[in-house]
Design a protein. Structure first.
Length: 148
């Protein structure tokens, strides 16, 4: 009875041009792939431990934030007068002094300078055909009308 069922299933899944058992093997592989996708989230080991570690770090960070907030609330308020200005002045460094204006200082030009005209070298005269080599260009008036 089991053999007949498998034979009937294999006949239904038969792919033309391939043996009868190929369709059954493909169905089995597809089933295993679906099972792997279903079980994948549960096959990741150590997820619970990692989540507990992250939760502990989050608790530590929250405790540090609470402690900092309490320190800021308990601290005496800063004076808004000379004391705070003096603290700022102690930390302040004066910027470097700008160069002094001299009499020989020339401000940069507002427009670019006008370039000089192009200097073209004198071209040497073209070489005669015999000096250039054995090859010559065809004549434009060839063949002459009316004969040779």
């Amino acid at each position: 009875m089991g053999g007949e069922f498998l034979q009937a299933l294999a006949a239904r899944l038969a792919i033309p041009g391939l043996p009868d058992w190929v369709g059954l093997v493909l169905l089995l592989l597809l089933g295993l792939l679906a099972l792997a996708y279903l079980l994948m989230p549960f096959s990741v080991f150590g997820v619970k431990g990692r989540l507990e570690g992250i939760e502990a770090q989050l608790d530590e960070i929250q405790a540090e934030i609470r402690a900092l907030a309490l320190r800021v609330a308990d601290a005496p308020p800063r004076e808004r007068g000379r004391g705070s200005a003096a603290a700022v002045e102690d930390d302040w460094i004066d910027p470097p002094q700008a160069p002094s204006r001299r009499d020989d200082y020339v401000p940069p030009r507002a427009t670019p300078p006008i370039p000089p005209p192009a200097q073209w070298p004198d071209a040497p005269p073209p070489a005669p055909a015999a000096a250039r080599g054995g090859r010559s260009e065809p004549r434009l008036d060839w063949p002459r009308p009316g004969g040779r």
